[in-house]
Every structure is written in C-alpha cells, then in structure tokens.
Design a protein around this ligand. Structure first.
Ligand code: 5GP
Ligand code: MN
Length: 352
C-alpha cells in the first residue's frame, strides 16, 4: 500500500485516487449523466465535455451534454457536436434532463455564476456533482472532485481521469481529437508556461491514439472569414491603444465594429494576444461591447496576476495570466475606469 499510493499518484498526477474509486463505485450501474461547461464555451470547455461524453457513453451510460450558450462555428467540427444541446434553445427539456440526472459533471468552470441561466437548475437538482476544472478558487463543493489548478487544461484532467479510470486504451480517435483541441488552445498552442513536459507526453499519447493534429489546428485556427481578417487589420491599425509608460496595451471594440465587419461569435478571440506581443508590454486587455454587455479580457506575462485585478474591479476572475470579467458601465466609461486604474499603476504594481 505504501508503495502503491505514491506510484499511482505519480502516474495519474492530479487525481486523488479515492475520488476515482468513489466515481467508479457510483458508476457501477447504468446512470443518467449530464455534462455541462461554462457559457460561451471555448475549445477546452467543449473538447473536454465531448471527450468525456464519448468515454462515458462507451462505458454504457446515458449521457447528455448541455452548454449554457451557443459557441463559435470553428468548434462545430468536433466529433459529437450534433449531440450538444444549447440551454438557450431548449431550456425546458434541459431543465428536465438536469433534474432527472443521477450525476452532473461540471467541466472547465468552478462557480455556478459561469453557467448563466443554467445556474438555477444546477443548484436545484439532487444529482451528485463531479467537478473537473483547473480555475483558481473553486466555489463548487462536489461529491467527486477532480479539480487541480496545476493542469494546463480541463482536457488534460479528462485524460488523467480516463487514464486512472480504465487506462488510456479506451481513448478513441474521436476522444483524442476533442482532448487535443482543448490542450492545444488552453496552452496557446504549447506556448504558455502551463506547457509542462507532462502536457507534451499526453499530447504525444493522443497522437498515438489517432489525433490528427493538422486537422485539429486547421479546423480551429485556419477557418477565418474575409471579414474577420479585415477586422483584424482594422483593429491593429485603428483600435489598439498602447500606454507604454505603464506597459499596458488594450483594444476597445464596439457594437458598430461587429456590424461593419459582420463579425460572428468568436471572431474577436485571440485579438488581445497581439497587444501582449508588443515588446515591453506586460499586461493586455480588450473591452468588447456586444448585445449591450461590456465584456473584458485580460492577459499578462510572468508574475502580473490579472485574475485578482479582474475579480476586484470587473466581477471576474480566471487564471493568473488569462482572466476576464464584465463591466456594468457603458463602453466609454469602462475605458475611462480602466485608464484610471492603469494611471494609478494598479495593474502592474499591486497585482504582482
Ligand atoms: P477569455 O478572455 O478568453 O474570455 O477568458 C480567459 C479566462 O478568464 C477564462 O478561461 C476564464 O478563466 C476567465 N474568465 C473570463 N471571463 C470571466 C468572467 O466573466 N468571470 C470569471 N470568473 N472568469 C472569467
Ligand atoms: Mn480551460
């Protein structure tokens, strides 16, 4: 026993084997399982959800994946996409599924605030809750806990979960591609400091298990519309504000820009990284006005912790180097507030 415990922990890293064992015991008989993830799902949210969906289905369970909102077209290629239910479209049916479920899997978020209108039913159901997530400060108290903020992606945790549950031989090409997509995007294509040697070992394994890396990366990154590319040029030329004395750069995108370039959901994704790529800039932000909501994204390098900043000033949170939030103020006032904080050096001194 003394030998086995450290060995299994070393193999499966993040997991407490007792939660795997408890989950296995619970799933011994066929169960109704709902998987959900955060609003505006990204590739990690959707990839980890669908990867787990295929795996649990293979084990013989009745599985439903319900997302709180729609997601961009560049994610619809994922195997199993046709089975994803959008809560916004089928609220009544989804409420029943969640209420009748034996188990609710919460993936890639750890506070019910991030599932928008689904929050109410998620808190009302008597289903057991399993949490698989890598965000800081989890608020959910699950029955089965697979939370670890050291993981680069929730998809990495799903890989670990499957490895510890059955062994990786159960990972099909479909599962491998879903998980690869989540890890590729959450590590910024293997560039962020979260890209450990373990991440590379996992993706090597996913490739051996059938993931077509070229297909996945082209499906996600090389499906631009002409409008999106022209918007990118316009945003870089006209919408980038550089406050180099404070080492901060940011974009402000308004509703009019969305109309002019016929932008779709997800078309502003990645823009903030251009601001962070400027030499000397350590913090980047983007303020986006859409559907009368003002959404913020923050990125930073090194020790600048934008999650704490987002939590304190913009009702948000996230990771140290990638966070987001929302603003109650109109666009222009939000920009003014951001500038006041920049000029007080709040971003780049207080949150180190
Ligand atoms: P993005 O800027 O790509 O929308 O989000 C980056 C990260 O910030 C996400 O992975 C998530 O952890 C966090 N995040 C984004 N928006 C919010 C928000 O409104 N609230 C919280 N708590 N976290 C957010
Ligand atoms: Mn993630």
């Amino acid at each position: 026993m003394l030998l086995i415990l450290p060995l299994t922990f070393a193999l499966y890293g993040h997991f407490f084997m007792k939660d795997i064992q408890a989950l296995k015991d619970f799933l011994r008989s066929r169960k109704k399982i709902v998987i959900t993830t955060h609003a505006n799902p990204d590739a990690d949210a959707l990839g980890s959800s669908l990867g787990l969906h295929h795996f649990l289905q293979k084990l013989g369970h009745k599985v439903y994946t319900v997302v709180p909102t729609s997601y961009p077209d560049f994610l619809t290629w994922m195997p199993g996409n046709d089975q994803v239910k959008n809560y916004e479209e089928i609220q009544e049916e989804a409420d029943k599924l969640v209420m009748n479920a034996d188990l609710l899997f919460c993936l890639d978020f750890s506070g019910f605030g991030r599932i928008k209108k689904m929050k109410e039913v998620a808190q009302r159901t008597s289903a057991e809750v399993a949490l698989v997530d890598h965000h800081l400060n989890p608020e959910i108290n699950p029955t089965f806990n697979f939370w670890n903020d050291q993981a680069a992606a929730t998809a990495e945790l799903i890989y670990d979960l499957i490895a510890a549950y059955t062994g990786t031989q159960e990972i099909t090409k479909e599962i491998a591609e879903c998980l690869y997509a989540g890890i590729m995007t959450d590590t910024g294509s293997f560039k962020h400091s979260s890209t450990t040697s373990k991440v590379h070992r996992i993706v090597a394994d996913l490739i051996d298990l059938g993931a077509d890396v070229n297909k996945v990366s082209r499906s996600i990154y090389d499906t631009n519309s002409v409008g999106r590319l022209r918007f990118l040029g316009y945003a870089l030329a006209e919408k980038l504000i550089v406050r180099d004395e404070y080492r901060v750069a940011y974009f402000v995108i308004d509703e009019n820009d969305f109309r002019t370039f016929d932008l779709k959901q997800g078309d502003t994704e990645g823009l903030v990284n251009y601001a962070l790529s400027i030499t000397g800039i350590v913090i980047a932000a983007i303020i986006i006005e859409r559907d009368s909501e003002v959404k913020m994204s923050f990125r930073s390098i090194g020790d600048y912790a934008v999650n704490k900043f987002a939590a304190e000033y913009f009702q948000g949170g996230g990771h140290k180097n990638a966070s987001g939030g929302i603003s109650d103020l109109p666009l222009a006032e939000t920009e003014r507030k951001l500038n006041e904080l920049i000029e007080k050096n709040i971003l780049n001194t207080q949150y180190q």
